[in-house]
Design a protein around this ligand. Sequence first.
Ligand SMILES: Cc1cc2nc3c(=O)[nH]c(=O)nc-3n(C[C@H](O)[C@H](O)[C@H](O)COP(=O)(O)OP(=O)(O)OC[C@H]3O[C@@H](n4cnc5c(N)ncnc54)[C@H](O)[C@@H]3O)c2cc1C
Length: 300
Amino acid sequence: MDALERDLYHRFGSRLERNQPLAPYTSFQIGGPADLMLTVESEDELCDALAAAHRYLTPVFCLGSGTNLLVSDRGVRGLVIRLGRAFALIEIEGTRVYAGGAAKCRALVEASVEAGLAGLEFGEGIPGTVGGGLLMNAGAFGGEMSAAVAAVHGVTREGLSKTLTKDRLQFHYRKAVLPEALFITAVEFLLAPGDKERLRARIAEVRAKRAARQPAGIPNAGSIFKNPPGMFAARLLEACGLKDQRIGKAAFSERHANFIVNLGGAKADDVRALIEAAQTKVHQQTGVHLEPEIKLIGEW
Ligand SMILES: Cc1cc2nc3c(=O)[nH]c(=O)nc-3n(C[C@H](O)[C@H](O)[C@H](O)COP(=O)(O)OP(=O)(O)OC[C@H]3O[C@@H](n4cnc5c(N)ncnc54)[C@H](O)[C@@H]3O)c2cc1C
């Protein structure tokens, strides 16, 4: 690590952060420190940082908006990379939308609708970045990223730029599988012409549905578990009496049974214990295994 730190410090100076707590970078507001953390502001910087980590066999993690993560209390070993503002551009040409990996999904939806383009309205209210959304194949209300993606641009672990067209990508429920791990720098979407007023109405409908169902103003990471085939995780959790259950300062939301909320100062270990307790109870009572949708990262 020392050798990598020296190399990165030489290239990036004081922008390289050591032992930076990750809690403020997650929607859960939970998580210990990253050994090293860097925000890159160009593709060259990203390539250099990844190539250096590869040279020193150091693990790297790409952090988006941290809205689908449970970061361990002990933190993350190795290098955490964030994409800076230079990666947040959104450009539209005809029905093609080019969005940087750090652009917010919210901004992508808004820009598309304002350009009279249909296909991403489901994404209204999904917090997080375009890169994170692609990797998670984010979706809601019957739509998901995969339907609109045309190509992905990114950088390999070795620090090489690469473009993958849609036929090279595999999409599953809340998961995209790329032929090799990429730090996604941009995604191209192919949308359809649509009526702006109708699109705006659809967005308002999605927004209202979210507001009615989800806890607001309290830290969380969205749905904790994936919906098992043909079922809703929230209903299973509620039927098994898990709504409102808590461990430490982590509790299943009274508003939405598939959300865990941080009541203030929750530990990652509390959240994990609650997840495991729920899995055990649901399995015992229904025979169904609930698979986490959120990603547990770091040293457990
Ligand atoms: C209130 C709330 C509501 C939510 N509602 C929904 C919903 O309706 N539907 C849904 O699908 N999700 C939902 N989520 C979950 C979350 O917002 C999505 O999964 C989102 O797409 C994650 O994006 P992110 O930038 O926060 O990624 P992060 O949480 O930072 O990371 C998630 C994964 O993506 C990877 N990643 C992030 N950026 C990149 C990149 N540029 N290149 C390569 N890998 C990358 C990370 O390494 C990690 O593996 C919700 C979350 C919250 C808090």
